[in-house]
Write a protein that binds this ligand. Structure first.
Ligand SMILES: *Cc1c(COP(=O)(O)O)cnc(C)c1O
Length: 366
């Protein structure tokens, strides 16, 4: 079986973990601080605050952005559920906006009409590792006095106009879950250039507690602390991130060169400008392809090729979002693409033989 995702790990991660285990400091400690410094350096932001998941990073971002009950937050319905669930965690309402058919990301042209007096923020998602149209989104945010939270959970190391993911919002959130481009099994990070946001994020991640050595609390918080065990793994992952990104982009190019000619298949944009780091290699299966999307999925799985459908249902059609009044037909592009998308393995562990095997599984349908 060729898995859809596989972490890019070697003995260096194992060594780093055993050193931490032997050190006696295994929860949040010096490795977490070192990781925060190095991660901020990678992104080119002033601050990075480590937490224990991407969900925690998003929730913390919305908290420090001041999102509260009855506020509205504009976002995309075509994303992982955590993007919108964290808006609910702050008791705010997700104001969904349809996506751009070519990019899979929120369509900036449709944001303005969704903004009302209650709207406080926009949560953008760099879906599959592709950065959004931030020039336009930044302008809309400025004109309407909105905070931008960048859900960069899939786009670590992606670059646009000389800036890396982590810089396109007032705050950005990253995930280091087991399938993500760099991973520690579970983990998350928030980046910002605002000292106030960074300080408030550090309070929120440990019960509002100002210092580990004090029992003073400045407000509600959670336990979102990262551990030195996961930080040690991520410090090793950061050393090879340029290799990981390069391999993903190369694998995507190779797949697209070979699969791009098949009629009825629309391969993703593979410009090598680094604005897409291919967390997922997602293609669209159109009407004129020989098989339906689900039949193709079954065919590939039978051949031992792992696939993913990201995501089979736009969020506005799930019961706990539907109750805000959303219904089928509200976001036709997201609804259409959820029936067309299929993701193929693109991770850096793939060999040329495995890539050729995947391509061959399509060619034999010809
Ligand atoms: C993975 C992911 C998250 C959540 O991250 P976790 O670490 O799993 O909590 C949020 N948003 C997007 C777009 C993701 O891909």
């Amino acid at each position: 079986m060729i898995p859809i995702a596989k972490p890019f790990l070697d003995d260096n991660e194992i060594k780093a973990v055993s050193e931490v285990l032997k050190s006696g400091t295994i929860a949040q400690g010096p490795k977490v601080r070192e990781l925060e410094e190095k991660f901020a350096r990678l992104c080119g932001t002033k601050y990075a605050v480590a937490v224990n998941s991407g969900t925690a990073a998003l929730h913390t971002s919305l908290h420090v952005a001041g999102i509260k009950k009855n506020d509205e937050v504009v976002t995309t319905p075509f994303t992982f559920i955590a993007t919108a669930n964290t808006i609910l965690m702050q008791q705010a309402k997700p104001g969904f906006v349809d996506i751009d058919e070519e990019m899979f990301n929120i369509d900036p042209e449709k944001i303005q009409e969704r903004i009302n007096k209650k709207t406080k923020a926009i949560v953008t998602v760099d879906l599959y590792g592709k950065l959004c149209k931030y020039d336009k989104i930044g302008k809309i945010a400025e004109d309407n006095n909105l905070i931008v939270v960048e859900d960069a959970c899939q786009s670590v190391d992606a670059e646009l106009n000389g800036k890396k993911a982590g810089n396109f919002g007032n705050i950005s959130a990253f995930s280091f879950y087991g399938t993500k481009n760099i991973t520690s099994g579970e983990g998350g990070m928030l980046t910002t250039n605002s000292e106030e946001y960074a300080e408030n994020a550090k309070l929120f991640r440990q019960h509002g507690r100002s210092k580990m050595t004090s029992y003073e609390y400045r407000g509600l918080g959670y336990n979102y602390r990262a551990t030195d065990i996961s930080a040690a793994i991520l410090l090793e992952q950061l050393k090879k991130i340029s290799v990981i990104t390069k391999k993903r982009i190369e694998n995507a190019s190779y797949l697209s060169e070979n699969l791009g000619k098949i009629s009825g298949i629309k391969v993703p944009d593979v410009k090598k400008d680094g604005s897409h780091v291919f967390h997922q290699y997602t293609m669209r299966v159109l009407e004129d392809f020989k098989l339906s999307r689900d039949e193709l999925n079954e065919h590939l799985n039978k051949k031992g090729i792992g696939t993913g459908i990201y995501y089979p249902k736009p969020l506005h059609l799930l019961p706990h979002f539907k109750k805000f009044g959303y219904k089928e037909g509200d976001f036709p592009i997201a609804e259409k693409l959820s029936n067309e998308v299929i993701s193929l393995p693109v991770h850096p562990n793939l060999t040329k033989e495995q890539l050729d095997y995947i391509i061959n599984a399509f060619e034999e349908l010809e």
